[in-house]
Design a protein around this ligand. Structure first.
Ligand SMILES: C[S@@+](CC[C@H](N)C(=O)[O-])C[C@H]1O[C@@H](n2cnc3c(N)ncnc32)[C@H](O)[C@@H]1O
Length: 455
């Protein structure tokens, strides 16, 4: 890998004698990793050895996930390199909290936060670019998250809609990506001497919104996947100077983790910057990252934050409500259908997260769990529902791995079976987790795996 000369000069100057091991590490292959999904019923991957555990967090392992394998398709695993997993560990979202992931696509950190929240509280996960927000939304669906609102907004507009609403805001900033050079050689092509400063300016702008979105007493987590001090310590120094109500909270780092402290001498010498964390590829098995956690102090002159109105459910026509209730009674009897939280977008019916704020001014791609679609005289379950429920909640289950028919199903083919199934919807499972729906009629399981996902 050929590094730009200006990059080499910069890090020789910053790292002095440590620059040798740094440049040597950049010539090594990138580290691969994944996290296991605790929201799933069966949490033991089928085709992966779990020998090498990432030292921090409960769910991380080293290794590469097969994008076409059972574990990926069922949402049991999420590919994420090990250093990126440290960001979620620093955030420590709690069940019941209001959490925002402000720059979230493709969803590595959001799915991690959702794992921590265990379906309780509300997770707003935002991506400014709509095409990337769609990918984020698909990943939230595959992971079986029920309490997320996926949005695609400029952070300024989100801050106008929900000021002071969140207990925690994560900004995993769009950055110069130096920490990803080993994984993504294109990042080297984008890099120029002035690029970190440009990115830092964009981070400042997004942080201005993040600051408004956090409630007094709430927490900001800021991370990048770059080594550049402009985007790391210098950006946090700028934040502290501009918003004195913020204070850095020390990040716990065990000695064996290889995680280093932030570098005050690369910013304004504020000693508190050493409470931030740096992940260097020469010190640990992972890529480059920077993480800071800050608390927004409650000040005396604080104006009380106005609670937003709650989002009302849709008042459904009695016939439509009956269709939905009958579907659940027959096919997913174990599901707790909270009628007052049902909300339609066109003919699609969603179950909003509990206490969802008014979404009137918010550009939403997914509001909680998509249950299904109201068709003429019937209700058809959504793929998202198959991925979110536990198989024990479904009336009928067909295990594809036991029948060695996983590939047939994801290819979109009909499955013939002699199993004693009743006419109706069947949850198709693989290795004990839902992967989609089929409809059983006359000895055949008609395939409902979405056309766009078949392979
Ligand atoms: C580092 S990536 C996020 C990765 C994600 N947290 C994950 O773990 O999968 C930063 C994201 O910010 C988005 N972004 C770029 N400019 C932005 C802006 N002005 N406001 C908000 N997000 C922006 C990018 O499209 C990108 O998806």
């Amino acid at each position: 890998m050929e590094l730009p000369q200006a990059f080499i000069d910069k890090y020789q100057d910053l790292l002095k004698s440590a620059s040798g091991p740094f440049f040597a590490a950049l010539q090594e292959p990138g580290q691969k990793g994944f996290r296991i999904n605790p929201l799933k019923a069966q949490t033991k991957p089928q085709d992966l050895s779990l020998a090498d555990k990432v030292t921090y967090g409960d769910w991380g392992y080293y290794g590469q996930v097969d994008g076409k394998g059972v574990d990926h398709v069922s949402g049991l695993v999420y590919s994420q390199e090990p250093s990126a997993q440290f960001v979620g560990e620093v955030a420590q979202a709690q069940p019941g909290e209001r959490v925002l992931d402000l720059a979230a696509a493709p969803g590595g950190k959001s799915t991690h936060l959702a794992s921590q929240m265990q379906g309780r509280g509300i997770l707003f996960t935002n991506e400014i670019f709509f095409s990337r927000a769609k990918i984020l939304s698909e990943n939230i669906e595959r992971f079986g998250v029920q309490n997320a609102v996926v949005t695609s907004m400029d952070s300024k507009d989100l801050a106008k809609a929900l000021p002071g609403y969140f207990d925690k805001v994560l900004l995993d900033a769009p950055c110069s990506g130096e920490g990803m050079f080993r994984k993504d050689h294109d990042a080297i092509q984008y890099w120029s001497e002035g690029y970190p400063t440009e990115c830092a300016m964009r981070s400042h702008e997004i942080l201005e919104s993040a600051v408004q979105l956090i409630r007094p007493g709430g927490t900001l987590i800021y991370s990048t996947c770059t080594f550049a001090p402009e985007e790391d310590e210098q950006t946090i120094a700028w934040l502290l100077e501009t918003y004195p109500e913020f204070e850095i909270e020390a990040i716990e780092r065990s000695a064996e983790s290889g995680i280093a402290a932030g570098r005050p001498e690369w910013a304004n010498d504020n000693a508190d910057l050493a409470k931030t964390a740096r992940l260097w590829p020469q010190d640990l098995a992972g890529e480059g990252h920077f993480v800071a956690r800050l608390v927004k102090r409650v000040t005396d002159e604080e104006e009380s934050v106005k609670e937003p109105k709650l989002q009302k459910g849709t008042k459904l026509a009695p016939a439509d409500l009956t269709l939905i209730e009958d579907f659940f009674q027959e096919n997913v009897p174990g599901f707790d259908l909270a009628i007052d939280r049902l909300k339609t977008f066109g003919d699609r019916v969603f179950l909003l997260p509990a206490d969802c704020p008014d979404l009137g001014k918010i550009k939403v791609l997914r509001a909680g769990l998509c249950l299904g679609t109201l068709k003429k005289n019937r209700f058809e379950p959504d793929h998202a529902l198959a991925l979110a429920i536990q198989p024990s909640q479904a009336a009928q289950v067909y295990d594809l791995t036991a029948h060695e028919e996983f590939k047939t199903y994801v290819h979109g083919d009909v499955i013939n079976t002699k199993e004693p199934l009743a006419k109706g919807f069947v949850l198709m499972t693989a290795n004990g987790n839902g992967v989609g729906w089929a409809k059983f009629v006359n000895g055949q399981l008609k395939n409902f795996f979405p056309k766009g996902l078949r392979f």
